[in-house]
Design a protein around this ligand. Structure first.
Ligand SMILES: *Cc1c(COP(=O)(O)O)cnc(C)c1O
Length: 427
């Protein structure tokens, strides 16, 4: 019986793999790892512990783990031109918790973006921020530009004098206006923190914006969204004092992790090395593709937010499907056609269960080699399902046909290898 249960699970995982091979995945927070990075996940690192820092571990057996961690830190500093990096947080949320543990006490005030305007749940009242007991105050938001209202934000910062000004979104179309806020940060004397989970790969490739050059002291992030690494996290710092750096390290361990998932850390190191070489080309293409997708959908009569601003400067676009049955139904129809995306609240929405939007990301299909012309094809497939209400099963056949031509991974050392193949540790 137990063997059958194991077989059941393996069969389902294999079925999922096969399904995704035939899908166009457009969830803006997902990506495909490179074959070399993926191989690290089945190494013996997966079975080990390495509490503490390289050279100062609580366990024996970390000779090679230490070398890998030091190399990953060195690469992170290089790729992001940061003067501090901690590669141990095991996810973006855990990285956020570590920053909170390091710099915020219950009762402190942190200014943040609001959930309805695209913030992540971890930075909201009922997420990690609220559970840490911090008092979070939301910036005013300009729906037209899908960005912060600069004058209102300056006023708010001066008024509440936060300990930390925090930025970052999960529907992250345009960079935050940090340059315009710089003087106010200095006047208020707050720490500036950006959660770059969605856009880390773009930042690594010199797109979107460069937070550490725009006054940000602390970047927290996931490493598996536009940054095509393992499910893991990372913290970067700039102009922190030694004491602040130590606070971050202590908050990561023993604050919010014990094991830091050594296999994922090794995979992160490999992805950093690959982004150092291929990041620029990949990030530029992902941004061009998102814009092309927005343009094509808009021309096909599917409303995309911010047409006057070129739809987006990131990998993501926000689509208003309220006139086509809403986000929930449209996302389901698209899944029936093997186009995978998620329903999303738009700033005017009040219900997160029946929102009027879809969020679409270009990054994963960019990794598989799609360019602007293929984005037009994808837009047409989406419009056939969402607007023309063609039978999704029929559209699915065309989706599979298109996907067949994009079955290998690009922008990495083993470019051209099958994206959904098996990656074994062999010499
Ligand atoms: C996805 C996301 C996170 C959480 O990342 P996990 O790695 O899933 O914990 C945090 N912040 C933002 C802005 C995100 O988009």
């Amino acid at each position: 019986m137990a063997a059958e249960d194991a077989k059941f699970i393996r069969d389902k995982v294999m079925a999922h793999n096969k399904w995704f091979e035939e899908c166009i995945p457009m969830i803006a927070s997902e990506n495909l790892m490179s074959p070399l990075a993926k191989e690290m996940l089945i190494s013996d690192f997966a079975d080990r512990y390495a509490e503490g820092l390289p050279g100062k571990r609580y366990y024996q057996g970390n000779i090679y783990v230490d070398q890998v961690e030091l190399k990953a830190i060195e690469l992170a500093k290089k790729v992001f031109k940061a003067d501090f990096a901690d590669v141990r947080p095991i996810s973006g949320t855990v990285a956020n918790m570590a920053v909170l543990f390091a710099f915020a006490n219950p009762g402190d005030t942190i200014t943040t973006c609001a959930l309805a305007q695209g913030a992540h749940i971890s930075t909201c009242e009922f997420g990690a921020f609220g559970q840490r007991g911090v008092n979070s105050v939301n910036y005013p938001f300009n729906v037209e530009d899908m960005n912060l209202d600069v004058d209102g934000t300056i006023k708010l910062l001066k008024q509440v004098k936060p300990k930390i000004a925090q930025f970052g979104l999960s529907v992250f179309l345009f960079p935050p206006p940090l340059k315009e806020l710089q003087d106010t940060f200095n006047e208020v004397g707050c720490l500036v923190w950006e959660d770059c989970a969605h856009v880390l790969g773009l930042v690594a490739g010199g797109q979107f914006h460069d937070p550490l050059r725009e006054g940000v002291n602390i970047v927290s992030s996931s490493t598996h969204k536009t940054f095509p690494g393992p499910n893991h996290g990372m913290i970067l710092g700039q102009n922190l004092t030694d004491e602040q750096e130590k606070k971050v390290q202590k908050a990561v361990f023993p604050g919010v992790t014990s094991s830091h998932h050594l296999h994922a850390m090794a995979a992160l190191g490999i992805t950093l090395a690959e982004m150092d070489v291929f990041g620029k080309e990949y990030a530029a293409q992902a941004c061009k593709n998102a814009r092309a997708l927005g343009e094509a959908l808009y021309e096909l009569g599917v409303p995309v937010l911010c047409p006057d601003l070129g739809f987006t400067r990131s990998h993501a676009i926000a689509v208003d499907v309220s006139q086509f049955g809403g986000g929930k139904d449209c996302a389901q129809l698209l899944e029936d056609a093997n186009i995978i995306c998620n329903k999303n609240m738009l700033p005017s929405d009040t219900s997160s269960v029946r929102p009027s939007g879809l969020r679409l990301g270009s990054q994963e299909m960019t990794r598989l080699g799609m360019k602007e012309s293929e984005m037009k094809e994808v837009a047409s497939l989406i419009a056939r399902v969402v607007k023309k209400k063609e039978d999704p099963k029929k559209v699915k056949e065309d989706v599979k046909e298109l996907k067949k031509q994009f079955a290998t991974i690009q922008y990495c050392f083993n470019a051209g290898e099958p994206a959904y193949g098996y990656h074994r540790l062999v010499e």
